[in-house]
Design a protein around this ligand. Structure first.
Ligand code: TXA
Ligand code: MG
Length: 342
């Protein structure tokens, strides 16, 4: 299959690329679309066969459910059986934007979307092209990140092409994604809201709106085999470059000293570390700027592969604010290998 890559700008709702994407989606095809978080691989969420195509194209495990994307709050009601009050508050505060909420699934959503679970994940993206494409297609869109399963999520159209060239008919190129990490996932089906995946909306921001929120153990800990998981995505090796990544938890001086002493090591460092490093490195932004780290991390992981890095020592981000999401992705890229240095 030939993969077309079409550049689009977000100025108008009914541009040629938007209409082309809608046409493919209406016929049950797949289109990679930009969102503010990462690129998504979209299909009509109400069409079982179209959704099955997503799993094929990505090589995604069948038991990992997808997020359904909507453009207007009025599209939520038919997709779920119940909208809890806290969900309304979160939607008011953070939609459209990088927040996904888990609800009880209505029969309208085919089981394949939710990998057989009785819940469904819903998100209203803020990217104008994503919204325009959902509206033009006239249906909610199921969309996981548009990467091959296991590799870092795509933050620009070139990343999508690297992974999915020849596997999907169309990529809409809307430039680089602003946030750069996937949405925050919060479940509202249990007693207490639960954070299942940290992202562009921080725990602190969520708590300010809905109070108590539990943080799933799987976010910072490796799951034991066979443990029942709240979010199937937690089980899988993720975001991995080909290099072996090891996280070093320590301050800038200790980090640089450690990495400099290892022959053939690559650094995945903060900007502040650069003057002290004598080994090759890729930086993922300033130690003080968690949004910048989120924006740069996945590109940095792909860059390390491009440069042929074999062993990478990453400087550990903090575990507060948006850095928690950065740390969570890096932990998975590192297969949970962390060395505390002092
Ligand atoms: O920012 C994003 O969320 C991007 C863009 C494209 O919107 N999408 C994305 O999708 O990251 P994906 O498929 O890569 O990640 C979806 C995550 C997985 O960890 C999955 O297990 C979880 O959401 N998930 C989906 N439905 C769920 C459900 N019903 N219950 C629990 N977890 C669910
Ligand atoms: Mg993904």
């Amino acid at each position: 299959m030939e993969t077309k890559l079409i550049k689009a700008n977000a100025d108008s709702e009914v541009s040629e690329p938007v209409l082309m994407a809608a046409e493919v989606l209406k016929k049950g095809g797949l289109v990679a679309i930009p969102t503010e978080t990462v690129y998504g691989l979209a299909a009509n969420a109400l069409d079982e066969n179209a959704v099955a195509g997503i799993f094929d194209a990505k090589g995604r495990p069948q038991d990992n459910p997808l997020i359904v994307h909507i453009a207007e709050i009025s599209e939520l009601q038919p997709l779920v059986t119940d909208i809890p009050e806290k969900a309304r508050l979160l939607a008011k505060a953070f939609w459209p934007g990088p927040l996904t909420m888990i609800f009880k699934r209505s029969p309208l959503i085919p089981a394949v979307v939710s990998a057989g679970l009785d819940s469904v994940a819903i998100r209203m993206p803020s990217h104008p092209l994503a919204r325009a494409i959902i509206k033009a297609a006239g249906v909610p869109l199921a969309a996981p990140s548009a990467n091959l399963s296991g590799s870092p999520s795509p933050t620009c159209a070139q990343h999508v092409l690297q992974d999915l060239n020849g596997r999907i008919p169309l990529i809409i190129d809307g430039g680089t994604c602003n946030v750069g990490l996937e949405s925050t996932v919060v479940s509202l089906v249990g007693e207490t809201p639960a954070l299942l995946r940290p992202g562009g909306i921080s725990v602190e921001q969520l708590s300010a709106v809905i109070g108590e929120i539990t943080i799933d153990k799987g976010i910072l800990n490796k799951l034991e085999d066979n443990r029942k998981v709240s979010s199937p995505g937690m089980k899988y090796k993720h975001y991995s470059p080909k290099a072996n990544v090891i996280i070093l938890d320590g301050d800038s001086d200790l980090y640089c000293k450690y990495v400099n002493s290892i022959p053939n090591a690559f650094g995945l460092c903060f900007q502040e570390d650069i003057p002290k490093l004598t080994v090759p490195y890729v930086s993922f932004g300033s130690e003080k700027d968690d949004s910048e780290q989120a924006h740069l991390l996945f590109n940095a992981l792909r860059e390390l592969d491009r440069r042929g890095a074999k062993t990478v020592y990453a400087r550990a981000p903090k575990q507060t604010g948006v850095s928690l999401a950065v740390y969570n992705r890096l932990l998975r890229a590192a297969g949970f290998q962390v060395i505390k240095i002092s």
